[in-house]
Design a protein around this ligand. Sequence first.
Ligand SMILES: [Zn+2]
Length: 356
Amino acid sequence: MVRHQPYREIGMTRPDGKPDDLPALADLSARIGANPLLIQGPGGNTSVKDGAVMWIKASGTNLADALTRDVFVPCDLPAMRLAMANGEARADQPAEFALVQGGLRPSIETSLHAVFPQRVVVHVHCVNTLALAIRRDAGPALAARLGAFRWAMVPYAKPGANLAAQVQAVLAPGVDVVVLRNHGLIVAAETVADAEALLLAVVAAVTSPARSLPAAAGLADRADAAYVALPDDHPLHSVARTPHLMQAALAGSLYPDHVVFCGVGATALSAPETPTAAAARIMAQGLPQPAFLLVPGQGALIRADASVGAQTLVRCLGDVLARLPEGAVVRPLSDAQNAELLNWDAEKYRKVLNAG
Ligand SMILES: [Zn+2]
C-alpha cells in the first residue's frame, strides 16, 4: 500500500526527506551498537521525531550497522499515538504505521518511543542498568544512584504497546530517564547530543565493578560434541564459579532477549551428566535447547552451533550477573512471561532476520 507523501507537508529540510540530525543519530547508534555493555546484537533502538514522522530503527537490524546501511524507517507518529490512545490491537503491529510499505518493519518497540514527547529517544539494554533492574529491590537500588536525574521505573511487561502505556503513565513533565525492570534503559532529549550526554551520565551513575574469574582447570573435560568450553576470559565463568551468582542465574530468565536467544533461564550440568544429556533433559520439558550450560565451580559451556545472537546474549548474561553484589536477590520472569516471549511471532521474525 502506498501512503500519502508526508515529507513536503511537514517542511523537512533535507532533499531526501530525512531529518537533518538523522546522520548524527546514525553515528550515535553505531557507536552504542558496537558497545556490548549497552547493546547486544539486534537489541535496543533509537529514534528521532520530525513533525508527524518518527524515524526509528527497523526490526531485525543492528544499531551497530547504522553507518553502513539504512537501519531507520519512517513511521506515521500521530496514527500510532492515536491507535495507542484508543487501545487498538494494531498499536502492537508497528508495520501498520510504516510510511514505506513492503520494506523493513519498524522496531517492535516503536510504541515505546512514540510515547515520549522529546524528539530523540535512545533505548539500550545497558548491562549495568540491568544488573540493578533485575533485582527484587530494583527501586531503592536505582534510587541510590539516580538521585541527580528526573527518572522513573516501570514494572516488567512484554515489549510492545502495553509496556509503552506503562511508560507513558510515569512520564511526568521533565522525566527523561526511564528504567524498564528486567529489560533496560531509555533516555530522551531534544537533540542527539543531549541524548548522548544524558545516556553517558546515567550509565556512569549505575556502573558497578564486574567480577572476573577465569574457567577452572578441567572445564574442557566436561565438554562434548554439542557443547564446548567458552574462551577463558568469558564473563560467564565468573557466574559458574561464584555461588551467589550461580544461584541468581538458576533463579530464571532475567530479561526478554535472554529468552529469545538463549532459552529459558540457565541450566546447571550435574556431576555425572553429559552436556547432551542435560540439553535433552531441558528439551524433554518442552523448552528450547539451552544455548549454554553452567558447570558449578568450573565455568560455562556454549552450544558448538550457537548463533551469533546466542553468543552475544550468553556474554550479556555473564556481563550482567558479574555485576551483581553478594546479597542481592534477583526477580526472574515468571513462567507465563517466558512463554509469551517464546511464542511471540514478532520475536521469531526478528530472530530469523538476525540468523547467521
Ligand atoms: Zn528493549
